[in-house]
Design a protein around this ligand. Sequence first.
Ligand code: ADP
Ligand code: ZN
Length: 763
Amino acid sequence: MIKAELTGLIAQIAVEKTLFSFDMLFDYLVPFDLAEKAAAGKRVIVDFGRGVSGKKRQGMIFSVREDAYEPAKTKKISAVIDEEPLLSGEMLRLVAWLKENTFCTYFDAVKTVIPAGLGVKLSDDDDSIKARYKGDVTKIVSVASGFDFESFAPTPKQKAVIEMLEEYESACVKEICAVASVTSAVVTNLIKKGALEAREDARSRALSKDFEVTASLDDIVFSAAQQEVFDGLKTLADSGEAKCALLRGITGSGKTSVFIKLIEHTLNRGKTAVMLVPEIALTPQMTGHFKSLFGNRVAIIHSGLSLGQRADEYKRIKSGEAGIIVGTRSAVFAPLENIGIIVIDEEGEHSYKSDRSPRYHARNVAKQRAFHHNALLLLASATPSIESYHFAKMNRYSLFELNERYSKAILPDVYIVDMKIEYENGNRSNFSNVLLDEIAENLARGEQSLILLNRRGYHTYARCIRCGTAVNCPVCLVPLTYHKKGNKIQCHYCNFSAQMPDLCEKCKCKHIYQTGTGTQRVEDEIAEIFPNARVLRMDADTTISKTAFETKFAEFRSGAYDIMVGTQMIAKGLDFENITLVGVLAIDKALYSSDYLGFEKTFSLITQVVGRSGRGSKKGRAYLQTFTPEHYVLNLAAAQDYAEFYEQEADVRKALIFPPFCDIFLIGFSAVDEAVSEKAAKKFLEILSDELCSAEEKFPYRVLGPSKSGTGRAGGKYRHKLIIKCKNNASFRKIISNALKTAYNDNNFKYVGIYADINGEIL
Ligand code: ADP
Ligand code: ZN
C-alpha cells in the first residue's frame, strides 16, 4: 500500500511538562497561515498527548525544515506566541547542551534560559487586577526555602500562587495577583503560613533608569602589579579566540579595579560584558559601583527581582542600551550578543552551581558562551576552587596572580585562639577574653568590628538534661533550633515552627535546656557585655523580614553601627575601610562536614572573612576561635597561604580520588517510605550495571553507596544517594541518561523522585 505522504514545513519543537523518559524534540506541521510566523526561537501552542486533540501545551521551536510527513500522524501547531524570536541560535544550542549535561528536559532548559516574566503583561488601568490587588507593590515574594510542601494541602488558589513562584522564583504581590488570578489576601495568608517569604524591594532604586555617572574611570590608577595583569588579560581578550584565565589575587589586591578596566576596554571595542557575583547580597555593592562608573549601560539580572523589573532589564539589554550585565548565577544566560568578556568573581563559590533542575554550573555555561563568542572568560578569587587552580597549573587556563594589597594596605595579623584553654579557665561564653579586649579597644577607637558565626538562631538545640531527648522536627527528624523571638523552635530544613515545649516529651520533666550558639545569642551576649555598642545582625532571619541588605550595609558603612554579627553572607566581598577587627566563632563544625569540599569551603570562608579587616589605611587584625588550634587548614587560612593549601588539598584529593582527579555523578533518590527509597537506589545500581555491561566501550568507574543523604530525611521524605566516580564524557553521560530513562519506566520507581547531578556537593 502506498502511504499518503505530503511535503510541508515541519517544526521541531520542545514541549513543556514532558517526562524525562519521553523527552525529545517533536515534529509538528506548520499550517499555511502560520508559515510566515513560525521560526526557530519562538514559542508556540501545540496539542500534546493522545487523541485527535490532546491537551494544549506551550512549546519552543528549535528548527523549521521542509520535509515529507504523514498527514494522519502529524499534529499541527495551533498558534505562534512570539512576534520576534525569544532565543537566538546560540541559546537554542545552549538549551541542548543543558539537557545533555544536566539530565533535564528540553523545556526545563528553555525556561531557565528565557528571561522570566516576559509573557506577563501588566497594565495599571486593568480594573480586574486592581480589584484583586490591595497593598504594597514593593514587596518581593518568593517560595520559602525548605518549607515542607509535602505535608501541606494547598487550596487551588494557593497552588496557583506556589506553582507560579516555583517557575519565576520571585515576583511582586501585584504580579502574583495578576498572573495567578488571586487576591492579595491569598498571598498574605501563604506568607503567614511560612510557605512564602516576602522582603522589601530596596533594589528599585538601583534599577532606576536615569542613573548618573558619579565616579570616573580615570580615578583608577593601577599599581605596577595590576598593570601587568591587566596587560596580560587584555592581550587574551583581544586575541579574537575563546580564552579562559584565572586571576588569583589576595583580598584587597584590587581585582575589581582590573575587571572594571577590562570591561571598559571591551565596551570600547564595541563588545558587551557579563560580570557575575556569587550572592544577591553582594549585587547592590557591585551594581552601585558599576552604575556610578558606567551609568545606564549597566543592567541587573537576578532571581530576586520582580517580573516587571526583569522584563524591563531584558528590554534594555535587547535594545542595546545596556551592554554590561551584573548579576548572580542566572545572569550567565543574559540575552547578549557580541560578548567580549565574562567575569566570574569569587569563582569557587558554590552558589554558582544550581541545586535544582537544571543542575548546571555557571562556570561551565560561561565556557560554552565564551567559546561561541570567542570571548575571554575570567575566573577570579582570593581562594579559587581546587579544580580551577589545578586547570591553571596544567596550563588549561592562563594564570595571573596579585600577591599584594593595593596601595599601602597590608593583610591583617591573624591569631588562632585555643578555646580549650578558655574553657579550662572557666570561660563558658562564646567569646575568648582576648577577643573581648579587642572589641573593647575597637569601640574606644571608633573602629568597626565584624563577628562571623555560621549558624543562625539562638541556642542550637533544645534537649532534656535529665533523659537527653532532643526536641526534633516531626517532619525531618533533625533537632530543632531555638529562636528567642516568640520563644519558638524552628526547623532550618523545612521551616516547621512551634512554641518551645515546657515539658520533655519523653520523661515529662521540666528540664529542657538549650545548647550551642547561633547569631541571635551572640548578639544578646554582646549587648550584655557592651551595652553601648550598636550591633547589626545579618542573617537569613533578619534580612528577609526587615529591610534588604543594601540599606543595612549602607548604614553600616556610614558608621551607624559598631559591630556586625552574621553568617557567611557577611564574609565575602564587603569593602568597608573602617573594619579593623574580625572575630570568627566556632569554626570547627565546618571542618568536619561529610562533604569532600569541606576543607575547601572552610579555607575560603576564613581567608575571605579575615580579608574584610584592615582594607583601608588602618591595619587590621583577626581572631579565629577553635577547639582544634593545631588543624592545618586553620593554620594555612590564618597565614593566607593559598598555594600551600592547594598543594596539600590536591594531594588529599588525588590519594582519595576526588575531583579534579575524577568526576562525580551523584544519583539522588527520595520517597515517603524509607525502604522504597533505599530499594530504588539498589535497583538503579543494577540498571546501571546492565547498561555498562552491554555498552561496547569500557568505562573505569567506582560506585559508593547506596547511602543515606544528609540527615537521611528532609521535607517529609527519606533520601538516599549513589556516588559514581568516573570520567565525565559524552558516552558516560549517555549511559547515565539511559539508566535514568529505564528507571522512570520501572515500577520500583513509581513513588520515587530521582535526579542526577555532576560534580556538585555530596550531602
Ligand atoms: P579585591 O576585589 O581584590 O578584594 P578591590 O578591587 O575591592 O580588591 O580593591 C580594594 C580597595 O582598593 C578598594 O577600596 C579599591 O577601590 C581600591 N583600589 C584597588 N585598585 C585600585 C586602583 N587601581 N585605583 C584606585 N583604587 C584602587
Ligand atoms: Zn523539618
